[in-house]
Design a protein around this ligand. Sequence first.
Ligand code: ADQ
Length: 460
Amino acid sequence: MSRLIVISNRVSAPTAEQPSAQGGLAVALTAALREADGIWFGWSGQTGETGDLKFETYDGVTSATIDLPEQDVEEYYDGYANRTLWPLFHYRLGLTEFERDFQGGYERVNRLFADVISPHIEPNDLVWVHDYHMIPLGWMLRQQGIKSRLGFFLHIPWPPARLLIALPEHRRLVEALFGYDVVGFQTQEWLETFHDYVEREMGGTIGENGDVTVGGRTIKAIACPIGIDAKEFIANANGPTAQATHERMMESVTGRDLIVGVDRLDYSKGIEERFNGYQRYLETRPEMRTNVSLLQIAPPSRATVQSYQEIRATLDALSGRINGAFAEIDWVPLRYVNRGLPRDVLAGAYRAARVGLVTPLRDGMNLVAKEFVAAQDPEDPGVLILSRFAGAAEQLTEALLINPYSPDEMADAIEQALAMPPDERIARWRKMYDNVVNEDVIWWRKRFTDVLTAVEPVAA
Ligand code: ADQ
């Protein structure tokens, strides 16, 4: 068996300081790393003089992290990753900042990673690089003479060619992807937009079995949707904390139907549009008004970036306005919580909800949609309202799929969800549940690494 090397911006393997790995990705990769005696490389999250990699082995998994100087964090992480690529890849050209310094920092940090990691890579290793922070890394590892199999997975959408060309160095960025052997996208749609760029801008060709060829170099490009750790999540949803949360929530809504939204506070998640849709529901169905309650959980993220400060201020104001306009002395329409919650509490909140409202304007996948499905009571499941612009909509076709930009469509879907008879709820939920359980995060990891294992390493 080949050893697995994982490289991503941050490492979420368990350590002595943080012994419980958080989230599906951490769980899936940690298990694989443990089996394959692998290493997970990334930024420590600390700023300071860049020194050597710090290795730590905890519970059979080795992580190796490095500090980054403040300027690198500003230009590479806050800058190119979060102020250039993130908005552009989520179709938000108006929020995208184009600064040559950002791009310089991005290349510098990727080169640093290539320099410090390449001595630790052995020829037979499977190297799996994650996400938009690290697109050029494969190419840079090749320049260091690395001939091992290199895979890359993009967790966010791939933008249409006509948008991507707004990035001054778009060609250079995409060419760097050809340093990998396998490139994975969340959905068929993002794979097709990638194909389109390759044909249109690079004169490349798309062949059989995912082969993509440009100027004599052929790589595999695949759609490989990420899943959740369904087993763990179902166990969570049935555990004592989830049950206690469920009860506490049911008491708090006193017989009303609960609608729940859970997101990192990010403009791509469509929380503002969700609030507008909910407001439209309240305005247009006055007789139904006090029968519902929306709980929105949204822990702040990337707070140093201005567009995130702005969306936060917008949501603070909007939630205040909605409550000011509609609340009664014994009822508030919206509870808005800016905090992260433990996963078992989250599971209880999903299960208590009659409706899950997942309305990103664009999302690579969206795991909250899958967690909501996994957490439901099989005999009395809630209804998922899902944006058709989330990657998850390719798999969760039995959700009520909506256009999140339309407050009317959202209000209609809320009405339909709240009135849905139990047999329809169960039938829709069952199909989604089967998908969430069958195509879970272990399935995803295996599918990607199987494709990567099957490629011929670059000739020595
Ligand atoms: P994210 O944009 O972070 O991930 P998402 O897939 O929804 O989005 O995952 C968020 C995770 O954070 C979920 O597991 C959720 O439970 C958790 N979370 C959110 N709010 C929380 C809260 N208040 N408390 C605790 N946990 C909370 C990126 C891409 C996605 C893609 C994933 C994985 O943007 O499209 O699905 O990577 O590939």
